[in-house]
Design a protein around this ligand. Structure first.
Ligand SMILES: Nc1ncnc2c1ncn2[C@@H]1O[C@H](COP(=O)(O)OP(=O)(O)OP(=O)(O)O)[C@@H](O)[C@H]1O
Ligand SMILES: O=P(O)(O)OC[C@H]1O[C@H](OP(=O)(O)OP(=O)(O)O)[C@H](O)[C@@H]1O
Ligand SMILES: O=C(O)c1cccnc1
Ligand SMILES: [Mg+2]
Length: 540
């Protein structure tokens, strides 16, 4: 039977039909070479916050680098588009590349704000227009989920670790893969997604499922009852050792050893025999405190006798605050009774429908969790499922374009613009400033007037300690212009970027608004064009 090859979804055909229709209309009217500038930006911060992490740039650049319609794409388009479309257009499409496009962008992992162009795309309008949908699809979810991950991470003490477990709940295979990649950028420590580990070099981690625990009913099922001592190589009666320690643990943990679930104990023993130096057990299948924890600690002690150190346990239901604190208290007690300090510090992993609010609440209540495993709410971005980046024409053949709207948020800022971030003496971001590209850059130590783009009265003088020019030219002359950083470097950069924001801009509830401003000259330019673009009405 023939196997079908999985297509790489990110290709020129991954677009909306209207892009190809517009391409034909531009081409037909001889407008396709007109020199355009587009801005890609979002209008509103996600999750009620004051920033978004910009993500997806590397994917955009790779898409542009490989931009090529295949013969089969053209054949298909010819069958679905009207008959009267000239054949020469399809020949033209087949030969298109993005060599005369320029992409300016802020670095991947930057903190970013509403209305600020994340990308400035320049070049022939037909080509720049063809990029719209794919660039948006590559940036919207990547930035959204990276920001979500950063918010989850920021909700608890920085010493805690976070693993993304969302593949099974994500919006399809590509959503799952993107989630793993971009949650890592947002500050997660790793993923359960094996393909993401292989493709992006992200650390992969995993425990086991309830099915594994359920697969054993009793100790008699265990085929392998021995374990080899790590140092001496001697074979030890591992099941017997576990039962001996379970008896000893009974009075300490105030449980009845014969009441713990022996199928669960068998599963733990089998797992420990398979992974003697990586033993981490799921303890909530029957009863965390009366069965899971005593069975787990019996195996921990038996492993220790065979000179192995266990890793920890996972809680996947119940009250995470209460259970984690109870479990830690038991660890401390057993560590003291057996004079084995490592037991006190065994890792507690918690999972089960955790969202940002749960994390804030756990932090207030107190808990003893070391690692959070998070899937559904993280990858589906339950709190806000889309970012809403848009792609707007701002200049054509050197003439600015404006999209006006009743809704002030939707009015575009016309013309080719540069972007600067102004910092205070502590290295914290004061505000972003957009200027026209023909204006001089703001200078550190010199006062500059920063104006609200739309409200004339909202303005302030700012004297920045330092000024950062935010754009780099990433794509020109058919080549990526900068060596792209390794993925772990992008992650570190994103963490540093978050630190450049003041705490009040970062707080989860009602953060202080961060100011995105325009220069005086850009303000006047915008308002003049706005006025001249809106017809004057007449009252009857
Ligand atoms: N201390 C806590 N404070 C706030 N939320 C918590 C706390 N502990 C757990 N949660 C959350 O409460 C929810 C509990 O889930 P649910 O009511 O389905 O119970 P469960 O423990 O999963 O039950 P089950 O045994 O059926 O799996 C989860 O979303 C979990 O993340
Ligand atoms: O809860 P999430 O944040 O999505 O994290 C991933 C979940 O996936 C697994 O659950 P499983 O598929 O076994 O289902 P269940 O625990 O909900 O029954 C695991 O036990 C986690 O609970
Ligand atoms: O490794 C785990 O514990 C895991 C992986 C995926 C989903 N839930 C848990
Ligand atoms: Mg679960």
């Amino acid at each position: 039977m023939a196997t079908t090859q999985q297509p790489n979804a990110v290709q020129p055909m991954l677009t909306d039909l209207y892009q190809i229709s517009m391409a034909y209309a531009y081409w037909k009217s001889g407008k396709h070479q007109d020199e355009s500038t587009f801005d890609l930006f979002f209008r509103k911060n996600p999750f009620g916050g004051e920033y978004a992490l910009f993500a997806g740039l590397e994917d955009c650049l790779k898409f542009i680098e490989n931009y090529k319609f295949q013969k089969s794409d053209i054949d298909y388009l010819q069958t679905v588009m009207p008959d009267y479309i000239e054949k020469e257009f399809f020949d033209f499409l087949l030969n298109i590349n993005m060599n005369d496009i320029k992409i300016y962008a802020i670095p991947e992992g930057s903190v970013s704000f509403p209305r600020v162009p994340l990308l400035r795309i320049e070049g022939p309008i037909l080509k720049a227009q063809l990029l719209e949908t794919t660039l948006l699809t590559l940036i919207n979810y990547a930035s959204l989920v990276a920001t979500n991950a950063a918010r989850f991470r920021a909700a608890v003490d920085p010493s805690k670790k976070f693993y993304e477990l969302g593949l099974r709940r994500a919006q399809g295979p590509d959503g799952g893969l993107s989630a793993s990649k971009y949650c890592y950028l947002g500050g997660f420590d790793g993923t359960s997604n094996v393909l993401a580990g292989k493709l992006y070099g992200i650390p992969i981690r995993g425990t086991h499922a309830h099915a594994y625990i359920n697969s054993y009913q009793n100790l008699e099922e265990l085929k392998n009852k021995e374990l080899t001592d790590r140092i001496t190589g001697e074979s030890r009666p591992f099941v017997q050792l576990c039962l001996k320690y379970l008896d000893e643990l009974g009075p300490i943990l105030k449980v009845l050893p014969d009441q713990t679930h022996k199928g669960e104990l068998a599963a733990f023993i089998a797992y420990a025999t398979a992974f003697p130096s990586g033993f981490l057990a799921l303890v909530d299948t029957y009863d965390v405190l009366k069965s899971g924890v005593p069975n787990f600690l019996a195996v921990v002690l038996a492993l220790h006798e065979c000179q192995y150190e266990a890793v920890g346990l996972r809680l996947d239901s119940g009250d995470i605050s209460y259970l984690s604190l109870e479990v830690r208290a038991k660890f401390i007690e057993v560590a003291q009774k057996f004079n084995l300090p490592f037991i006190e510090h065994l890792t507690i992993v918690a999972s089960n429908d955790i969202n940002e609010d749960t994390l804030h609440s756990l932090e207030k209540q107190g808990h003893a969790v070391d690692i959070f495993g998070i899937g559904t709410h993280l990858v589906t971005c339950q709190r806000q499922p889309a970012l809403g980046c848009v792609y707007k024409l701002v200049e054509l053949n050197g003439i600015p374009r404006i999209k006006v709207s009743q809704d002030i948020e939707k009015v575009t800022i016309p013309g080719r613009k540069d972007l600067y971030r102004l910092y205070d003496t502590n290295g914290k971001a004061l505000c972003d400033l957009m200027t026209k590209t023909d204006e001089p850059a703001p200078i550190a130590g010199e006062r500059v007037l920063c104006r609200h783009p739309f409200f004339a009265t909202k303005r302030a003088y700012v004297t920045p300690t330092s000024v950062q020019c935010m754009y780099k030219l990433y794509w020109a002359n058919g080549q990526i212009q900068h060596a792209l950083p390794a993925w772990h470097e992008v992650r570190s950069f994103a963490q540093q970027q978050i630190e450049t924001l003041r705490k009040d801009h970062r707080r989860n509830l009602n953060p202080t608004p961060y100011k995105v401003s325009v220069s005086d000259s850009l303000h006047l330019f915008l308002h003049k064009l706005w006025m001249s673009s809106v017809p004057i009405g007449e009252l009857a």
